[in-house]
Design a protein around this ligand. Structure first.
Ligand code: GLN
Length: 474
C-alpha cells in the first residue's frame, strides 16, 4: 500500500526512482481512491483512466531511461476549464457539455513534456463563476470534511481531489480567489501566481485581466514544483511574462504587514482568533509584524463585480450555438438560434453576470461604472505598491468563515460575492498570493479547516514559498 496521505512530489519521485513502487502503481492507487469516493463526493466529472495508465507506463519508461524529471509520473487533476486535446472540457456548463478540446493548453503541453499523468477533469462552478461549485451544471461537489457543506469554489473539484488524496496535485484557475478560497475550506494549499506568470492559452476565459491558472496541493513545496513546471512566457498569450529571479531575500529579515482596519469587516470571531494565533506563531518564528493601511482595498468586491462581469460578457459572446458547443435550432432564424442556444445552455449565475457586464459596458453607463471601477482598481494597486515599500508580505485570513452549508447562500448572490473580500484584491492588483492551512474550528460535530493568505510583490512567489514552507514546517 502506498502512503498517499503523506506523499509529496519529491517523495513520489524518490520512491519511483528507488523502485519502492512504479508510476503505474501510483496512478492505480489514485484511481482506486477515485473509484471508492467519487460517486459520494462528485469531484471528477470524468476520469481519463486509459490515457492516465498509458502516461504512467511512459513515465516508467522515462525512469528506466534516466530521462525522468520531478513531475514525471505525478498524477494531476485538471479543472474542467483547462483544454486537453481530444478530451471534453465543459467549464462546468451545459453549453460545452460535449465540447472536445481541439488543442492542448500551454499548461497541459508543459505537463506532457514533463511526463505527468493526467487523471481526469474536475467539477467547478460554471465558467468559474462562484465560490461553492453549486453553480456547476453537473451537481455540487461535497466538502470531504463535512459532506453537508460546500468545498468552496470555483475550483472545488480540484481542491477536494487533493484533500482526499484522489490526485497528488491539481490545477485550478483563480480569477477572484478560486484556488485559495476552496483550499481554505478543504484544508489544503491554494496558490495564485502573479498575473501573466502562467500562460492562459487554452484556459477557457472568464475575466481576462484577472484569470490565472494555479496549483492546488497538499504542501507548499508541491505548489512550487508544479508552478516551476508550468510557468513562463508564451507566444500564445501576449500578457504572459517571464520569471524574474533577481534579488532573493532572506526570511529572517522578512517583514509581515497586517491590514488591521480592513480585517474588521464582517469576519467570523473564530477566524479572527485563528488568524491572531497564526500571527503570534509567525512572530515567535522571528518575523517582524507591522500594521499597515490599505485604505481602498475595501472597495474590492464592488470593483471586481463590475470589471469581471464586463469581461465575462465579452468573453462569453463567442458561445453562440454556431461555432462552439450546444446548438438549439431557432427554426431558420439566426437570432432565435442564438437566443435558444444561450438561453438553455447557460445557467442562472452566468446569465446574471452577462447581463450585469453588458449593462456596465453599455453607452451611458460605461463611465459611471466600468471606467470608475477601473480608476478604483488603480487606487487599490497603488495601496499595495505603497504597502510593499514597508513590508515584504501581507497577511490576511483567506475567508471570512469556514465552509458553509450546501444551499445556505444560493438565494443570495451578494452573500456569495462577499466571500471574495480577502482573495479578490490580489487579482485586482495582479499580485501573487497563497493560502495555507492554519487550523480547524469545531462546528456541529465536524472539524472544519481554515486558511491564512500571504500576498507578495509582483513576481516574488519565492517569498510566498519560503514563508509558507516555514509556517507549515515543511
Ligand atoms: N468568487 C469569484 C467569482 O465568482 C471568483 C471566482 C474565480 O476566482 N474564478 O467571480
Amino acid at each position: 500500500m502506498i502512503d498517499l496521505k503523506n506523499l509529496t512530489i519529491k517523495k513520489a519521485h524518490e520512491s519511483i526512482k528507488n523502485g519502492d513502487f512504479t508510476a503505474v502503481e501510483l496512478t492505480e492507487a489514485y484511481l482506486e481512491v477515485i473509484k471508492q469516493k467519487n460517486s459520494e463526493l462528485n469531484i471528477y466529472l470524468e476520469v481519463f483512466e486509459n490515457d492516465a495508465l498509458k502516461q504512467a507506463e511512459e513515465a516508467n519508461q522515462r525512469f528506466k531511461d534516466g530521462t525522468a524529471v520531478e513531475m514525471t509520473g505525478i498524477p494531476v487533476a485538471l479543472k474542467d476549464n483547462i483544454l486537453y486535446e481530444a478530451h471534453v472540457a465543459s467549464a462546468g456548463s451545459k453549453i460545452l457539455e460535449n465540447y472536445i478540446a481541439t488543442y492542448d493548453s500551454t499548461v497541459v503541453k508543459k505537463l506532457k513534456t514533463a511526463g505527468a499523468v493526467i487523471l481526469g477533469r474536475t467539477n467547478m462552478d460554471e465558467f468559474a463563476m462562484g465560490v461553492s461549485t453549486e453553480n456547476s451544471a453537473f451537481g455540487v461537489t461535497k466538502n470531504p470534511h463535512d459532506t453537508k457543506r460546500v468545498p468552496g469554489g470555483s475550483s472545488g473539484g480540484s481542491t477536494a481531489a487533493v484533500a482526499i488524496n484522489s490526485a497528488l496535485v491539481a490545477l485550478g484557475s483563480d480569477t477572484g480567489g478560486s484556488c485559495r478560497q476552496p483550499a481554505a475550506f478543504c484544508g489544503v494549499v491554494g496558490f495564485k501566481p502573479t498575473y501573466g506568470s502562467i500562460s492562459r492559452h487554452g484556459l477557457i476565459a472568464m475575466g481576462s485581466s484577472l484569470d490565472i491558472i494555479g496549483p492546488i496541493t497538499n504542501s507548499v513545496s508541491d505548489a512550487e514544483v508544479l508552478f516551476n513546471t508550468i510557468k513562463g512566457e508564451d507566444a500564445m498569450d501576449s500578457t504572459s511574462i517571464s520569471q524574474n529571479t533577481e534579488n532573493k531575500k532572506q526570511s529572517s529579515k522578512m517583514v509581515i504587514g497586517i491590514p488591521r482596519e480592513f480585517l474588521s469587516i464582517g469576519v467570523d470571531e473564530r477566524i479572527l482568533s485563528n488568524f491572531n494565533e497564526s500571527v503570534s506563531k509567525l512572530e515567535s518564528m522571528g518575523y517582524e509584524i507591522k500594521d499597515i493601511k490599505l485604505p481602498n482595498v475595501k472597495y474590492t468586491v464592488p470593483v471586481y463585480y463590475i470589471i469581471s462581469p464586463a469581461e465575462v460578457s465579452s468573453n462569453l459572446a463567442r458561445f453562440d450555438g454556431i461555432k462552439y458547443g450546444l446548438h438549439i435550432d431557432g427554426g431558420g432564424n439566426l437570432l432565435e438560434d442564438y437566443l435558444k442556444s444561450r438561453g438553455s445552455g447557460f445557467g442562472p449565475e452566468v446569465k446574471r453576470r452577462i447581463i450585469l457586464g453588458t449593462y456596465v459596458l453599455s453607452s451611458g453607463y460605461h463611465d459611471a461604472y466600468y471606467n470608475k471601477a477601473m480608476a478604483v482598481r488603480e487606487l487599490i494597486t497603488e495601496d499595495y505598491r505603497k504597502a510593499f515599500e514597508e513590508v515584504d508580505v501581507i497577511l490576511t485570513p483567506t475567508t471570512t468563515g469556514p465552509a458553509f452549508k450546501i444551499g445556505e447562500k444560493v438565494n443570495d448572490p451578494v452573500k456569495m460575492y462577499l466571500e471574495d473580500i480577502f482573495t479578490g484584491p490580489a487579482n485586482i492588483a495582479g499580485l501573487p498570493a497563497i493560502s495555507v492551512p492554519s487550523g480547524f474550528v469545531d462546528e456541529e460535530g465536524s472539524k472544519l479547516p481554515l486558511g491564512i493568505q500571504f500576498i507578495a510583490r509582483h513576481q516574488r512567489e519565492d517569498m510566498l514559498f519560503e514563508i509558507g514552507k516555514k509556517f507549515l514546517n515543511e
